[in-house]
Design a protein around this ligand. Structure first.
Ligand code: DX5
Ligand code: ZN
Length: 214
């Protein structure tokens, strides 16, 4: 069964703890936490202080997606704040292998992320070293955008490479995931579905999560 990772980018920040705990009650498997720096992406969200504030409220896996230029500058701080998984964009660093080593040195699982315009081949050299690969299904920076069809083929490629080589990573998708697109990405081979605006706007979140998993 697939895992569901609600993205707190769409949460109500003035009552963040209550909104997050409601989503956990509804059946979330991971909490997806988007850090945006205003440079790698044209938006600013929040930083490690928010992770640190939420950490004592739950044991759920904190899945941190860093949309940050030169993420090596902040990986240690994000790990200390309480991340369980840290994913970095391959486009944002000259030293993707070194950043993966740095994440692991913090005893945190490492993920790598590709934008819609970046091919799977950009990751091939590190696929054996990561616990998660995130295929962006929108251009990162904002919630509420439409799913980009051409990303489906990359999910299939990652599935096939994992089978061929015996790699261990989970395949995650992020952007424009709702009741309809969920079926398509599952069919292509995704293991973890990130969803922000759709899940947080659902009147019955438990039902929305259950339907996505089904
Ligand atoms: C976008 C973020 C996503 C975002 C997804 O840059 O990485 O995690 O919250 O939002 P939706 O599900 O609304 O597309
Ligand atoms: Zn994200």
């Amino acid at each position: 069964m697939v895992k569901i990772a609600p993205s707190i980018l769409s949460a109500d920040f003035k009552r963040l703890e209550a909104d997050v705990s409601d989503m956990i009650q509804a059946g979330a498997d991971y909490l997806h936490i988007d850090i945006m720096d205003g440079t790698f992406v044209p938006n600013i969200s929040f930083g490690p202080m928010v992770i640190e504030a939420l950490r004592p409220t739950t044991d759920l896996t904190f899945d941190v997606h860093m949309m940050v230029q030169d993420p090596e500058r902040y990986v240690d701080e994000v790990a200390k704040a309480g991340a369980d998984i840290i994913s970095v964009q391959v486009e944002a660093t000259k030293h993707i292998h070194r950043v993966i080593q740095q994440i692991h040195a913090n005893d945190v699982k490492a993920g790598v992320v590709i934008n819609p315009g970046t091919p799977v081949s950009a990751l091939e050299a590190v696929l054996a070293d990561v616990e998660l690969v995130l295929v962006m299904t929108v251009n990162p920076g904002f919630g509420g955008q439409s799913f980009i069809e051409s990303t489906l083929e990359k999910i299939r490629q990652l599935r096939q490479l994992r089978e061929e080589h015996g790699y261990q990573y989970e395949i995650q998708v992020d952007g424009g995931i709702n009741d309809k697109t969920a079926d398509r990405v599952k069919e292509a081979g995704a293991d973890v579905l990130v969803s922000g605006s759709y899940l947080f706007a659902s009147a019955d979140r438990a039902q929305a999560i259950a339907e996505m998993k089904a």
